[in-house]
Design a protein around this ligand. Sequence first.
Ligand code: PLP
Length: 359
Amino acid sequence: MTSINPDTLIRPEIRALSAYRVPPATGLIKLDAMENPHAWPGELQVAWQQRLDGVQLNRYPDPTGTALKARLRQVMAIPDSMDVLLGNGSDELIQLVAMAVAMPGRTVVAPEPSFVMYRMIATFVGMDYIGVPLNASDFSLDRAAMLEAIERHKPALVFLAYPNNPTGNLFDADAMQDIIQATPGLVVVDEAYFTFAGQSFIGKLAEYDNLLLMRTVSKQGLAGLRLGYLVGSEQWLNEIDKLRLPYNINVLTQLSVEFALEHHAVLDAQAQSICAERERLLAELQQWSGITAYPSATNFILLRTPEGQAERLFAALLEAGVLIKNLHPVGGLLQDCLRVTVGAPEENRAMLGALQDAL
Ligand SMILES: *Cc1c(COP(=O)(O)O)cnc(C)c1O
């Protein structure tokens, strides 16, 4: 048997990547991944389990998720003229769209900082990635810089997270429309946090034939099920669908999300209480000296710590049993930054207490 050296076989850009790392969280208050902290009421839990009783695990799932799509269309008010494509999380949809347009020399453009998977997946599929810095003062879109990058690189794909992760803000809708118009390729507006933001580009789909809208049920409280959906015109989704692996949405996910959407009032009420809690947290943090807490249209808050303190504060919180996200290692505009997910009131109190002690 010959021995094959990974250094010569694996593509250099893959060897240069570090894997997406999820830190262990056992026993910790988990405020690092934008999960909904609330469980379902007992009777809903029981009704869900009864629904699952009928499921046939020996059969493949519905290949296109017909019933789930119909329910999504109804609950999310998806226009009849638009198609829907389901993904194993929106991460899979980002990958499918990228695979559909990837060719050597083609470019993905996104603002920076934004969702890390845009850059990673561009690399996976062999595309060039251009990150265009947001305005440093308020993380708004630098419209001129974005338009210049689009003019220069003629991107096949642009991602705009609305609202943006990890900054939490909604970009200016006019600037976004200028970008959509100027882009020679597809623009994916990623509305992972739509349930907290109350703003959407869904009504703009018919206006721009290069616009696709992406959402996920993860941040709504169903992160464990892995379901994202892409909305757009048939001419694009028919092509992207060809790259989807058969049966990408398993039976338990199809049934469970359908069930949850039948009871979406429960999820909506949870989102409302998370937003109220976010505002309480922000009001408190904005009174502290040293910490800058940025406004948020999501279920997380970006914090800027005093210079050089982010690592120490992150470690102190961890020591106190609270896991948040340390963004300082990312660098750039995120130097000295931490991100906290809005948890249940008692979790937030624990986080605030530990942060105050450490400061
Ligand atoms: C969390 C997140 C996603 C990923 O969602 P999944 O459906 O869980 O894969 C996509 N985009 C943004 C901006 C996110 O914050």
